[in-house]
Structure formats: C-alpha cells, structure tokens
Design a protein around this ligand. Structure first.
Ligand code: CO
Ligand code: CO
Length: 352
C-alpha cells in the first residue's frame, strides 16, 4: 500500500541539500552572542561538528542535531538515513552516541503507517549504534521532515576536532560521494530507487566502524561530509587548521551513476552555493569530464562519510583497514600542505 506514496513528493528539497548555506548561516550567527566558559570545549559555531561540554575529568558530553526532508521514497530507508546522518557528527568528533530524541514534522494527510515505518528505520539505526531513543517531538507541517538530536560522550583527550590538520598529512574519505546528484535525479524520475541502491546503502551506513578504525591511527583532524559537499567541508578543515591542500579528483570515490546523472544536468541547487562558499579553489577545467568531477566534489551530501587528515605513514594502512572494516570505498584523496593563498588545489592524479 505504501508503494503508491512518493515520500520525496512531500519535500521540496532532498536531504542535506535543504540546509541553509554556510555563508548565510555565519552572517546570522556572527550577530548573536558567543558563549564561552571553561567547560565548553567546542561549539558548532567554530565549525566543529558538535558541541562538546566537559562534565568531569576525562569525560565530556557531545551534542548534535540534524533533520531534513526525504531524499528517497521508501520510508524505512529514509528513517535509517536520517538517523545515520544525525549520529554522524558524534562519530566525527570521535565520540560515542548514548541517547537520541526524534524530531518529526509531517503533513496531516500522510498515512500513519508511513510515519511508523520511518520511525522504525530510525530506531533500528540508533539501536545498531548502541544508543537508545529516549523521546521526541512531533509537529504538523506541509513538508515531511525527520531527524534527531543526539547526545554522546567523548574523552576530551581523544576528541577529533576540525582544526588539527598538519602539512604532510594525507586526506582520507570513508564513503563515495554523489548523493545530492542522485537524489535530484530520483526526484526528477531520471533514475529509479533500485538504480541508486549503492547510494541508499551508503547513506544508511553508520560512520561508527569507520570512526573506530580511524581512532586506531594518528588522525590529526576529522569531520563528516554533509551539506557543504566534499570541497566545502574540506575547505572548513583547511581554514580552521590554517593549512592548504591538494585534492586528487581521480582518487575521489564516486557513487555509481553520479557522473552520468551530473552530465544530464541533475545537479542540486546547493551545489552552486557550495561553490561560492569555497574561496580560492584552483580547479582543473581541461574538458567536460572535469566539469562533472567538479560538480561531484561540490555536491551536497546526505549522511556522507568521514573526512580525516591522517599522518602520512599511516594513511594507506588505515584505508586498507577501512575497506575491510565497513567502508569498502574508502580512499586516500589528497594531501595537506602548509598555508597558501590557494587553499584548495584540485588536480587529477595522486602525487605524494
Ligand atoms: Co558534521
Ligand atoms: Co550535521
């Protein structure tokens, strides 16, 4: 029965593509008071993925929230994706999720079994993460939205922040990119949900195992790749660490059909916003294929992978471990360099 309902028709913007642009957001926040107290170890205002608050020696609380409209039509998958995405910022900080609260908005006319299925997807993901759903809040809205506020813990000494990347580190990405392009193509009926199976599976995958592998290597900085795209989140890492980087476009793992759909113009609106956000990028522009690759690196991601700067001598070993440990498409995608006018230089091949 639920097969006849197209969940994506209940949302104008799909997933993290519906996020407010990074530039606009900073404008608004800069006019609000900035909190500071000794227990506050990080806030999302400084570009961190989550707020971190020291509770006692060796123990800090990590908090984050994320919600959005459906990017797939299957409600159970959407629920899983929304939960995996909300949990991700805890993993990006090196933390362990403990509790979550549902945030739900739905149109009155939507059948209740669809909401139930969506919530069940969320519950199952939270349970897989070893955490527990402790409540939530629901409102009626014209557009369907689902997400979670998540609380976890982290050892402040082992917390992975966005500002630690050092020249010489290699950049590792744990999931392929292109979910924004594929969700746009799905909404426009250019592709079926079955054909974007790899993307759905990837978005449903928790960043838990990847974070576990990374914690066993010398990671100097980590964030997760979501609405600002690979280039946008990398840019934030470089700016926060006062370093620059070379990105090896041919090494970046792409989801199946992403290039093909980009070539058909299936590019979400958030992409151009992300391009404007990243200042000082040097891009290859030799041919049409380059344009498509560039569209992918600026593509807003939903429930994307972790992006980590790792001590060079450990990066390839970390990737091997990631590939056998739950992140089969993990790859070394670039190298951190010292600060330069051009923060981000995109070239084709790997050059250590
Ligand atoms: Co994040
Ligand atoms: Co987030």
């Amino acid at each position: 029965m639920t097969d006849s309902v197209r969940l994506t028709s209940y949302s104008r913007r799909a997933g993290c593509a519906g996020k407010v642009g990074p530039g606009d957001l900073q404008d608004i926040l800069s006019r609000l008071p900035e909190e500071s107290r000794p227990e506050l170890l990080s806030t999302t205002r400084s570009g961190e993925d989550a707020g971190v608050y020291l509770l006692s020696e060796g123990l800090a609380m990590v908090q984050t929230v994320d919600f959005f409209g459906p990017m797939v039509d299957d409600p159970y998958s959407f629920g899983q994706i929304a939960a995996a995405n909300a949990l991700s910022d805890i993993y990006a900080m090196g933390g362990k999720p403990l509790t979550s609260l549902n945030i739900v908005a739905y149109p009155c006319e939507l059948q209740l079994d669809i909401i139930e299925s969506m919530l069940r997807g969320g519950y199952d993901k939270v349970r897989e993460a070893g955490a527990v759903v402790v409540g939530g809040h629901t409102v009626h809205d014209e557009e369907l939205k689902f997400g979670m506020a998540v609380t976890g813990v982290v050892d402040p000494e082992r917390m992975t922040t966005i500002d630690g990347a050092r020249p010489g580190d290699l950049l590792v990405l744990t999931k392929p990119i292109g979910t924004g392009i594929l969700a746009t193509a799905l909404k426009a009926d250019f592709i079926t949900e079955k054909e974007i199976g790899e993307a759905i599976e990837s978005m449903c995958t928790l960043n838990a195992s990847a974070a576990g592998v990374l914690s066993r290597h010398n990671v100097s900085s980590c964030t997760d790749v979501t609405g600002f795209g690979l280039a946008g989140h990398l840019f934030e890492m470089l700016r926060a660490g006062n370093v620059s980087a070379e990105l090896w476009a041919d090494e970046v793992p792409l989801l199946e059909h992403a290039l093909e759909m980009a070539s058909m113009g299936m590019v979400p609106e958030g992409q151009s916003r992300n391009r404007r956000y990243v200042i000082g990028a040097e891009l290859p522009a030799d041919n049409d294929k380059d344009d498509l690759l560039v569209a992918c690196i600026y593509d807003p991601q939903t429930s994307g992978g972790l992006l980590a700067a790792i001590e060079a001598s450990q990066a390839d070993a970390a990737v091997e471990e990631l590939r056998t440990g739950g992140a089969p498409r993990a790859a070394v995608i670039g190298k951190v360099a010292s600060h330069s006018e051009k923060l981000l230089r995109v070239r084709h091949e790997r050059k250590d």
